[in-house]
Design a protein around this ligand. Structure first.
Ligand code: AMP
Length: 293
């Protein structure tokens, strides 16, 4: 595995790979890797000759009051994990490499980036869309892997790949959870033992709604109610919404196309997000990865 910190070095290494006939797979991350990241990297390594991982805590997707400075980092542990998972190139640029002096061009995702988390994190998806476009241009992957945990991010990226004609296939993979249901996240490290326990009400509510859906419930109100009744341990609920999986528009009556039941909530000073895909199609895992194709 090569650890690369500059764009010219990355381009040279990948050019050789491409000329050797390798398919390039890419997993962008912000590091402090956990089993959710590992599942994406495993899929990438299984499907591509040259799995590339980036670790970059992207300043432009954090708001001024958010946790950019505190975001957890552990480069050495991340490097060891990537090595073990068969990563060929680990790209770890400095912010000044990605955003040199004079940088001024952004990718604006439009309405998909304004709803749900976009309402509470203005500019967040603009930062995400910008850095992902830049990373795609640096790596030029054949396939790129993202987690359904950040389903709005997946929707924004699928849209931008279409709108800007980027030659990359987007694969989304299911959310990996702790044994007790909590969706894995680098930010879980912020939680005190007590708040971690309280945070479980999010997955409990979502998994309850998912079970009701599997049991045949299609009524939007009933599905939302199943999740909402569990959320009373949260300090603040930013949203609990049922939306169309592609357009992110609210589903107000019945779920008859793929929908996402999504929650964002504060426990203490930590903002957590989670969701479940409610798909009338039987094979959800296939559906997730091809959603929107
Ligand atoms: P991050 O490092 O948080 O920016 O995440 C990097 C990638 O890992 C994104 O595509 C996330 O959606 C994905 N990811 C984060 N947590 C999980 C999880 N629990 N299960 C699956 N994928 C995840």
């Amino acid at each position: 595995m090569r650890i690369i910190r500059t764009i010219p070095e990355l381009r040279t290494a990948l050019k050789a790979r491409r000329e050797g006939g390798n398919t390039i797979g890419f997993v962008p991350t912000m590091g402090f890797l956990h089993e959710g990241h590992a599942s994406l990297i495993r899929q990438c390594a299984a499907r591509c000759d040259c799995p590339v991982v980036s670790i970059f805590v992207n300043p432009t997707q954090f708001g001024p009051e958010e946790d950019f400075a505190q975001y957890p980092r552990d480069a050495e542990r991340d490097q060891n994990l990537c090595l073990k998972l068969g990563v060929k190139i680990l790209f770890m640029p400095e912010p000044s490499e990605v955003y040199p002096t004079g940088f001024s061009t952004f990718v604006e995702p439009g309405n998909l980036g304004n709803v749900l988390c976009g309402e509470f994190r203005p500019g967040h998806f603009r930062g995400v869309a910008t850095v992902v476009t830049k990373l795609f241009n640096m790596v030029q992957p054949n396939l790129a892997f993202f987690g359904q945990k950040d389903f709005q991010q997946v929707a924004v990226i699928r849209r931008l790949v279409k709108d800007l004609n980027l030659p990359v296939d987007i694969i989304a993979a299911p959310t990996i959870r702790e044994a007790d249901g909590l969706a894995m996240s680098s930010r879980n490290t912020y939680l005190s033992p007590e708040n971690r326990q309280r945070a479980l009400c999010i997955s409990r509510g979502l998994l309850k709604a998912e079970a009701a859906f599997r049991g045949g419930t299609r009524d939007a109100e009933a599905l939302l109610a199943a999740a909402k009744t569990e959320l009373n341990e949260m300090d603040e609920i930013h949203y609990c919404e049922l939306v169309d999986a592609l357009t992110l528009e609210p589903v107000s009556r019945e779920v008859n196309r793929a929908a996402v039941l999504a929650v964002a909530a504060m426990v203490g000073r930590t903002r957590l997000i989670d969701n479940v895909l409610l798909s009338p199609s039987a094979d959800t895992s296939h559906f997730i990865s091809h959603l929107g194709d």
